[in-house]
Unconditional design. Structure first.
Lengths: 259, 273, 257
């Protein structure tokens, strides 16, 4: 009971202090760019109405999930193929290293050439930026399947799809998830900037609109919403990861206890 | 049951040729428990992997019930030394045991029955829902054995399965193997570098030479069928046999010829098969 | 084996470039959208001869390097302080978990208002994004300190500073290197993003200009340059990491955070 209380204090204390400091420090602020926190919070419900949520937040999230899912399927699929064959890997490696190194935001102008400025463009941008970390991590994970496990599978006649499903992908899953996590933050970045470039709705578009029309408190609420979205997505990701990789964290804890 | 004829394995890679196994010929009868011993690095694992169809031999052949082994045959199960890496850490114990059965396309009820029976046999009926890494090393190796049992093999190949567990656990596991062998009548080929273990477990011991490997000697173990850690290991016959095997291995390490040796244990055993 | 891999890799690269030439030439995609490799190479050569290109490259690298340096120092100092001061780690955990996933691009409008197209705009984004990479790795590294080693140091009466120097720092160093390497990649992405979106001078804004003036081959050439830059940074950071940790028994893998 006491420890629970203590933990709650630890979780809440610093955020509370920070918010309080922000509140007090900005209270009498007359600087246009740093409106008082109280003003920002008052503006919040006026700006983020239900209409706004369905009109701007939902399209953004849909684009992100579409692009992200596409990248995950393509990345894991291609990564498994490339990781399974040594020769294929050797051929593809330099090209992949280069493509991964291209900063994803520069893809926006290129993809705009092909796909215009609609949703296709945004989904493609997100997918083509997210795919590299997933792909390369999958290659690494698939390549590194433990030889003893591979032989065990073989000796028990596990081949083809069953081997892929029960052994290869499971064994590569910690690495695949590391890639998915990197891809998630890239995906959010691309979602925002593709909407900043060219869009008629979406979070990135709205925030830039606020900034251009000097609706400063509104812009601040937009920043808060983006921050919250990033935080929420990360929480969801962690929940999924903890479920899928529960065995991995347990295994690591077990090996740490008895090296 | 299991015939190895003129088996030869040469590894070739990065400009180096290593002849791991030169010329091995021996037979394992149905229902026999044969131990293979040899100096470390003598190609025991190579031999076993060739027999299990995991490695293609360079020359010679392995026959299981008269049929040539080209890939892992369905009637054969393998137990590896590295239990920690041979069990899948993302599956619970029950799933680990069940996975190969799914591959055999058995019905769900039959699978469940086999899993329960195999885990019960190795004394781990309660561990179905645990993850392998939550168990001790000895228990993990029991799971690996249960997985092999559930597969209902006619031949069980065991590659130094107890090399990485502590002495107490090891004794328990040795008795487990003896018991399973007697209960189920499986043919077992057991590779070890431990002379005592080979003599204690085996009905017959094959002593291998240093690499490139040939069969140095075959020895019938004429100890009583019912063995136990306490009495068997202190019996005079056990001591004789282990001394003999020890000398053979020393000779093998020196690479010397097979000196038909100092203390040949000729009572009623056949030196060769 | 290694020679063969290099050969295969070169072949792959050659095939990639040839494909880039063939696909537009055969009319599979429109040439004005996807110029053939040769045209991109020509545009690249023109760029390389242009002094404006070099000053843009310099601007990008300045933003990247300054931002990375600031973020690394701040991340290391914050990480060590948080780990050493009792209870600070527990107290900051929730705040870090909340702030870290906030996308740095959310700060773009603020940066525009506060600093316009100045270097400080770029720095704001770069530092915010890379700081967390370093901090998280430092925290993981410190967590990895062998309690026995730490207790030994304590029992010999080593003070806080001495323990940080001789026990904590050497253990955490491999993680710090990993953090800086990851941060270096993130910093480049954010530097280019800031230039592209805000218009701060650099390769990113040059790409934006090429796009708006429909100079497609130039745009591709500049993208290739950013890719090469990224590649150089990755390879360089990995080499530094390996050199610096040559003594370490195991160059640790990345922590999945």
């Amino acid at each position: 009971m006491r420890t629970l209380l203590l933990r709650t204090v630890f979780v809440l204390a610093l955020p509370a202090v920070l918010v309080a400091v922000w509140w007090v420090a900005s209270e009498d602020s007359t600087d246009v760019y740093w409106p008082p926190l109280s003003t920002i919070l008052e503006t919040f419900p006026d700006v983020w109405t239900a209409d706004r949520l369905t009109g701007d937040v939902v399209p953004s999230v849909l684009r992100l999930s579409g692009g992200y899912a596409l990248a995950a399927v393509v990345g894991v699929g291609l990564g498994t193929v490339i990781g399974s064959y040594r020769r294929v890997r050797a051929v593809c490696e330099p090209v992949l290293e280069f493509l991964r190194a291209v900063p994803p935001p520069v893809l926006v102008p290129v993809i705009m050439l092909f796909a215009g400025i609609g949703d296709t463009m945004k989904v493609t941008v997100i997918a083509s930026g997210c795919v590299w970390p997933i792909l390369l991590n999958t290659v690494e994970g698939v390549r590194a399947v433990d030889p003893v496990m591979a032989e065990t599978a073989r000796s028990y006649g596990l081949t083809g799809a069953a081997r892929l499903r029960h052994v290869v992908l499971r064994s590569a899953s910690p690495q695949i998830f590391a890639g998915l996590r990197q891809a998630l933050s890239i995906g959010i970045i691309l979602m925002v900037i593709s909407e900043m470039f060219a869009a008629s709705n979406g979070l990135g578009f709205t925030i830039v609109q606020f900034q251009r029309s000097f609706a400063i408190p509104d812009m601040w609420t937009g920043i808060l919403v983006l921050g919250l979205l990033g935080f929420l997505l990360s929480v969801v990701f962690q929940l999924v990861e903890r479920r899928v990789l529960g065995w991995y964290h347990g295994l690591r804890a077990a090996t740490r206890r008895s090296p | 049951m299991l015939d190895v004829r003129g088996l030869r394995k040469v590894y070739e890679g990065s400009g180096r040729r290593v002849e791991a196994v030169r010329d091995l010929t021996f037979t394992v009868d149905a229902g026999e428990l044969v131990c293979l011993v040899g100096p470390s690095g003598c190609g025991k694992t190579t031999l076993l992997k060739c027999m299990g169809g995991l490695l293609a031999p360079t020359g010679g052949e392995v026959l299981l019930e008269g049929r040539r082994v080209t890939g892992p045959p369905p009637g054969m199960a393998f137990v590896f030394q590295e239990y920690g890496r041979s069990l899948f850490p993302w599956m619970r114990v029950g799933e680990n045991v069940e996975l190969p059965l799914k591959q055999k396309k058995l019905s769900k009820a039959r699978r469940r029955e086999l899993v329960r029976d195999a885990l019960h046999s190795v004394g781990l009926a309660d561990a179905v829902g645990a993850y392998p890494w939550q168990l001790s090393g000895g228990m993990q190796q029991r799971v690996a054995i249960a997985r092999a049992l559930a597969y209902e093999p006619r031949v069980l190949l065991m590659d130094e399965p107890f090399a990485a567990v502590d002495a107490q656990t090891r004794a328990d596991l040795e008795d487990l193997v003896r018991r399973l062998w007697r209960e189920r009548g499986i043919t077992i080929l057991f590779v070890t570098h431990d002379i005592d273990e080979a003599v204690y477990l085996g009905e017959r011991v094959l002593v291998l030479s240093a690499s490139p490997t040939v069969v140095q000697e075959q020895l019938k173990v004429d100890l009583p069928d019912a063995r136990d850690q306490l009495n068997t290991r202190v019996s005079a016959r056990f001591a004789e046999l282990r001394t003999h095997v020890y000398e053979q291995i020393q000779a093998a390490k020196r690479g010397g010829p097979v000196t038909k040796s100092e203390a040949v244990p000729k009572s009623d055993g056949r030196p060769s098969h | 084996m290694k020679g063969l891999n290099t050969l295969l890799g070169t072949a792959g690269l050659a095939a990639f470039l040839a494909l880039g030439e063939a696909v537009p030439r055969l009319g599979l995609v429109k040439e004005e959208y996807f110029p053939p490799t040769g045209e991109i190479a020509d545009a690249l050569a023109t760029e390389l001869a242009d002094s404006a290109f070099w000053s843009a490259l310099g601007d990008t690298l300045t933003g990247w390097a300054l931002g990375l340096a600031l973020a690394s120092c701040a991340g290391i100092v914050a990480g060590v302080v948080i780990s050493v001061v009792p209870y600070l780690r527990e107290a900051t955990a929730s705040t870090i978990e909340f702030l870290r996933p906030i996308p740095s691009v959310a700060l773009i409008p603020l940066a525009v208002l506060l600093y316009g197209t100045e270097l400080r705009s770029v720095l704001l984004l770069v530092v915010y994004a890379s700081f967390w990479q370093v901090l998280i790795q430092v925290l993981y590294g410190v967590q990895d300190v062998d309690p026995v080693a730490d207790e030994t140091a304590r029992s010999y009466g080593l003070g806080t500073w001495a323990r940080v120097r001789h026990v904590l720092w050497p253990t955490a160093l491999p993680y710090v290197m990993t953090g800086v390497r990851l941060a270096a990649a993130v910093a480049l992405i954010l530097a280019i993003t800031a230039e592209l979106v805000i218009g701060a001078p650099g390769l990113g804004s040059r790409i934006a200009v090429a796009q708006t003036s429909q100079a497609v081959p130039e745009m591709y050439a500049l993208i290739v340059v950013t890719g090469l830059l990224g590649l150089l940074i990755n390879v360089g950071a990995r080499t530094v990491e390996r050199r610096a940790l040559g003594w370490h028994q195991s160059v640790r893998g990345e922590v999945a955070v």
